[in-house]
Design a protein around this ligand. Sequence first.
Ligand SMILES: [Zn+2]
Length: 166
Amino acid sequence: MKKQKLFAPWRVAYVKKVREGDNECIFCEKPEEDNDEENLILKRGDHNFIILNKYPYNPGHAMVVPYRHESNYSKLEKEEVLEKHELLSKFLEAAKEVFDPDGFNIGINLGRTAGAGIDDHVHTHIVPRWEGDNNFMPVISNTRVISQSIESSYNELKKEIEDKKL
Ligand SMILES: [Zn+2]
């Protein structure tokens, strides 16, 4: 059987932008702004925050990110890692409820070669998966539709987290 590759055309512009980029780090900037809804920050902990990916591989693609600008995963403090796990677990519960996916990918890309768009600030990806979504992905190439669905994903997840006091 021929394996199909996950195709996410909107990521091309994003990766390009990051590579050409100035030295700004969005993972440092976004939490500093007092604009969580527009910045898609779903929840803040003491050491980490949950943010939806503006350029998702799938609906509900989120990241758990420490506030501290750290590129080396091994240098994360124990309390940062513990809280990261807690936030990740909470997000999983909320996402199961909201999206009813068939599974999840959870992962960290360390270094550009490993696929990190931003490689100097460690972040953990959570991507809901559906049976057959590899085939479905190329169909969603309209970025306007995607950004609308991100807003509704944000609102639904936020409501779930607040209602259940996750
Ligand atoms: Zn940073």
